[in-house]
Design a protein around this ligand. Structure first.
Ligand SMILES: Cc1ncc(COP(=O)(O)O)c(C=O)c1O
Length: 394
């Protein structure tokens, strides 16, 4: 059996998406690899088929060797994120004193919603959107209100204005839960769009909570803009994490960030929330942001290649599938409505092609007839997945 640790010595410049064999990946015990039987090729949940970046593996190995496995302390994660934000996005406004470490992005969102809204209040989302937005918000007794993206998969400001107006008309404290970059479409919102969001939100008294977990993952030529950096975004609350870009979902930690106008809100975060993040998680995320930049650049180049590959494969094998390579995330949102395989093509691809994709349905209105494919894998796996998808329809 091949030794997985061999891959950890891979140079940072090498494409991490080409390091692990299918045989190695199938030994994993995480959700992506253990939900379906072994004859199914999994390209669904947002885990990446990569070995850990070396600086992260080293930091974790050192911590384990030292028995440094106690409770977390300090602000190293937020400091590393502030430095990363400065370098990558030319944003100098991430103030460590306006941050809090939270267990993960979704639980961070829940805590931010508790700070700025009350049970029954509307939480506006741009569907189709990451399904847990519905689940976590519903479980918190807030009401999800949909403001569908436009046909170009960008924010539709006529719709948003209308939804904001209606949401703000009651005595409630509405919140806009923005996904930036957007999962599943990969839309990277521009500075102009985000500025317009901030203005509209102010006009209608809507608070903005923004999930920026995919921020580091943008295609060549695209620019991520932090919401808190745009004019009018000062009273927003953001959630960031190294977990998507460096595949650290199992090492729990994320950062909640308040703009200057939301500092008082974040200061009300109960102390016990800080008991949730894992010390090893914080060590891993900190190492990723501080020392994982070259590795990230290699990943981004690999994802650019994979987007081009997927487009070519679909043209060849499934020309009826609509696909516009996205500017952000490692996800591909595929329009399968012309395939004639019904509202839930993912079910057909799984049953007949033995390939697991995300059904578009749980992503809310606009998800019917779509599937989400995870591009963070090797070109070989993508090729086989598309061939299996095509065979499912024969
Ligand atoms: C937009 C978005 N938010 C949150 C999450 C989950 O993050 P966490 O595991 O930190 O809660 C994901 C995971 O894929 C995601 O895509």
């Amino acid at each position: 059996m091949e030794n997985v640790s061999r891959d950890l010595t891979a140079p940072d410049g090498a494409n991490p998406l080409r390091r692990l064999s299918l045989e190695q990946l199938r030994r994993r015990t995480s959700m992506k690899w253990r939900t379906y039987p072994p004859d199914v090729l999994p390209l669904w949940v947002a885990e990446m088929d990569i070995p850990l970046a070396r600086p992260i593996a080293d930091a974790l190995t050192d911590a384990v060797a030292l028995g440094d496995t106690g409770y977390p302390a300090g602000t190293a994660y937020a400091e590393a994120l502030a430095e990363f934000a400065h370098k990558r996005w030319a944003w100098a406004g991430l103030a460590v004193e306006r941050t809090a470490i939270v267990p993960d992005v979704m639980l961070g969102i829940v805590e931010m919603l508790k700070l700025v809204s009350a049970p029954g209040d509307p939480v506006i989302v741009n569907c189709p959107v990451y399904p847990p937005f519905y689940q976590f918000v519903g479980n918190l007794d807030r009401t999800v209100v949909e403001a569908p993206l436009g046909p170009d998969m960008r924010i539709d400001f006529t719709v948003l204005d209308d939804v904001f107006r209606r949401a703000a008309s009651g005595a409630s404290r509405p919140v806009y839960l923005l996904c930036s970059p957007h999962n599943p479409t990969g839309t990277v919102h521009t500075a102009a769009e985000l500025t317009r969001v901030a203005r509209l939100a102010r006009e209608h008294g809507v608070r903005v909570v923004v999930d920026e977990i995919h921020a580091p993952i943008v295609a060549a030529g695209a620019t991520f803009v932090p919401f808190l950096s745009v004019p009018g975004g000062e009273n927003g609350l953001s959630l960031m994490s190294a977990s998507k870009a460096w595949n650290l979902a199992g090492l729990k930690a994320a950062v909640a960030i308040a703009g200057p106008g939301a500092a008082d809100d974040l200061a009300r975060l109960p102390e016990e929330v800080s008991h949730g993040p894992s010390h090893l998680g914080i060590i891993a995320h900190t190492a990723a942001l501080r020392d994982g930049g070259d590795w990230l650049d290699a990943l981004l180049r690999g994802l650019d290649d994979n987007r081009r590959l997927l487009a070519a494969l679909l043209t060849e094998h499934l020309p009826a599938v609509g696909y516009t390579p996205a500017q952000g995330t490692f996800l591909a949102w595929l329009d399968c409505r012309e395939l004639g395989s019904g509202d839930d093509p993912a079910e057909v691809f799984l049953r007949r092609g033995r390939v697991a994709l995300n059904s578009g349905r749980p992503f809310g209105t606009g998800g019917e007839g779509f599937v989400r494919l995870n591009l963070a894998t090797s070109p070989e796996v993508i090729t086989e997945a598309v061939e299996r998808m095509a065979s499912a329809l024969r």
